[in-house]
Write a protein that binds this ligand. Structure first.
Ligand code: SF4
Length: 400
């Protein structure tokens, strides 16, 4: 029985022009925010029972996980971070073998902060590198250069961390397949065990979207984008990183347990402004408003918080219900999330959870995609073929 907790740290040193995650650059309310987050942790722990948010799946590595994401958790003073982790460990009795991750950026992380994170119990670092090409980093509006990123990786190792992940963005104007290979090689040589690769997206509401005002296909050809995708994936595998999800590759033993919990449809708690959680039938969120969050956590009672988690959505200012999932929705989510993984749908696990055969529930979609060579069945798993992975979004549509 494992629990998963996501903490959204909504502070960044500067807003990157392509980013649509919730974050603010006004850090004047940092202390008040982390006090409110500790309050929410205690409130949450006081209103749930021993089994709430635990996940009894058996066929997967499903340890406790805590994930500090953002925003940039390395921007605030580290004492706020370590105090919040301490509160979480105490309130939820987090297991000693838990995976505890913090996202950091090269421009705001220091060796002192890293040592404090390590001593507090963080055992996994996710570093927002994005590229080791200085021109690409400038295009992305990042505050670090390639040297700063590599120095940060060395500092992370020196602080005692072995489980290190780095993010890489592909499809940036000026980026080349050869450049991406150089980045992957440098990551490997510096001891990075996990690489997340994302295609640059122009999201509405970002500075990139406004300034380019055109779709990504207009400045990087679909052919080059595909070449980069295949080249990146092949080179990751050659370099010892096994791709286990469309965007994620890891050396043996270094898959992200926390991210895997999302793809395994596990429940998880959410703490902090901008955080999203999943409990029972409820997908819920905290509004993107750090001040409303602070105000709410300072005044909310445990009865109101409990009522919200039980589905009373109209009684709070900063918490809201995103979606209530029916049994059919949950089955569709399994298809949507698990087909992104190279392991695919575990047919026995599906039957155990839903009491039905996946191939009966999605008979037509399974049949047609197997016939088209996009899906394959191997013993008790169903997964996308290489051609299927190429057009995963289109295949997955058939299951929604
Ligand atoms: S540092 Fe990360 S979260 Fe912050 S604005 Fe940039 S991409 Fe977004």
């Amino acid at each position: 029985m494992a629990r998963h907790i996501y903490v959204h740290n909504p502070f960044c040193a500067r807003k990157c022009p392509y980013c649509d995650f919730y974050s603010v650059t006004d850090i004047s309310c940092t202390e008040a925010f982390y006090k409110a987050a500790v309050k929410e942790v205690q409130l949450l722990a006081s209103v749930i029972d021993e089994t709430t948010g635990t996940n009894p799946l058996t066929d997967i590595d499903n340890r406790d996980t805590v994930y500090f994401g953002g925003g940039t958790p390395s921007v605030p003073d580290s004492r706020f971070i370590t105090d919040l982790l301490k509160a979480i460990k105490e309130a939820f009795n987090i297991a000693s073998d838990a995976e505890i991750t913090i996202e950091v950026n090269p421009s705001s992380v220091t060796s002192e902060k890293l040592t404090e994170y390590f001593q507090a119990g963080f055992n996994r670092i996710s570093l927002g590198v994005q590229s080791l090409d200085d021109e690409v980093l400038k295009t992305l509006g990042r505050l670090h250069d390639s040297k700063g990123a590599l120095d940060a990786i060395d500092m992370i190792r020196e602080a005692g961390f072995t489980n290190i992940s780095a993010d890489l963005i592909t499809g940036v104007p000026g980026e080349t397949p050869e450049g991406i290979k150089r980045d992957i090689k440098a990551f490997r040589d510096h001891g990075v065990k996990h690489i997340s690769t994302y295609s640059l997206m122009l999201e509405e509401g970002t500075a990139f979207y406004d300034s380019y005002n055109k779709t990504i296909e207009e400045y990087i050809s679909p052919e080059l984008e595909r070449e980069m995708y295949h080249g990146t994936r092949a080179f990751l595998n050659e370099s010892g990183y096994e791709t286990y999800e469309i965007s994620n590759s890891a050396m043996p033993g270094y898959k992200s347990i926390h991210n895997s919990s999302y793809w395994n449809s596990c429940e998880y708690f959410a703490i902090g402004a901008g955080a999203h959680g999943y409990l029972g039938d409820l997908r819920y969120g905290h509004r993107d408003d750090v001040r409303a969050y602070i105000e709410e956590m300072n005044t909310i009672t445990s009865d109101v918080y409990k009522a919200f988690l039980e589905g009373n959505e109209s009684i709070t200012k900063s918490l809201y219900v995103e979606e209530r999932l029916s049994l059919e929705d949950k089955m569709r989510e399994v298809a949507f999330l698990r087909l992104r993984t190279t392991e695919g749908i575990l047919l026995d696990e599906f039957k155990k959870v839903f009491g039905a055969e996946f191939e009966d529930v999605f008979a037509q979609a399974v049949k047609s995609n197997i016939e088209k060579g996009l899906l394959e069945r191997k013993e008790r798993t169903l997964r996308l073929t290489r051609s299927g992975l190429d057009i995963a979004n289109i295949v997955i549509e058939d299951f929604l």
